[in-house]
Design a protein around this ligand. Sequence first.
Ligand code: PAF
Length: 282
Amino acid sequence: MVIFKEIGPLKAFLADKTSQGLSIGLVPTMGALHHGHLELVMASKKANSITVCSIFVNPTQFNNPSDLEKYPRTAQRDITNLDSVGCDVLFHPEKEVMYQKPSTIKFDFGKLDKVFEGEFRPGHFSGVALVVSKLFNIVNPDKAYFGQKDFQQFKIISRLVEELQFNIELICFPTLREPDGLAMSSRNLRLNVEERKSALFFYRALQFAKTELLKGTDLKSVQTKVREMCSLEPRVRLEYFELADTENLNLLESVKQPTPSILLVAGFVGEIRLIDNMFVEN
Ligand code: PAF
């Protein structure tokens, strides 16, 4: 695997590959890679000649300085893992490379970035859109790969690609789960043994809610029951538990076939904020 820390040499390397007619797949990450990330790399390798993974803990998407500071950083292990799945290129820039001076650009996605993560993490999606735009400009990929766990992020990036007319195909890859159902996340590394057990609440709540909604129970009743379940988990503090249509993420009060819908949940386990989601379909 070739490792680049600067933009110029990476662009020159990739321009040479593109001029030979080779296709490029990009897997943008913030490191602390888990199997979910490696699946994205493997999917990209299947569909593209060259796979670039980026590792950059993007400061502009963190609304909480302590969250940024404590975000897990495991560069050496990440490099070994990327090598093991045959990733071709790693882009691993320092902050000064990506932000030569403080950025003043702000993105506004209308309703899409005012709900769920947008409501609880103001400015988060503007920072995501900014860094993803930079990565798309630098790498100029044919395809880019993202995980379904960050479904709202995927919708935001889809809107970004559409409005800025990036010629990039976006791929949303299903969430990978631990054997007990916990969604894989870099933040799981920060959970202690007790918190790790409590974190399973999110998956259990999603499964319960999906079953109830498909039986015809309305969301309000489901939310009441989920809050009761949560009150039995002293380490868990729920932020939101909602149902939305998968197209525009408009809130729904019940499952209305044939509108595809998704349950979205976020909350804290101790100090660690986790999110998860689940499509609701028959
Ligand atoms: O999903 C992530 O890891 C990040 O939000 C991303 C897309 C790499 C942008 O920093």
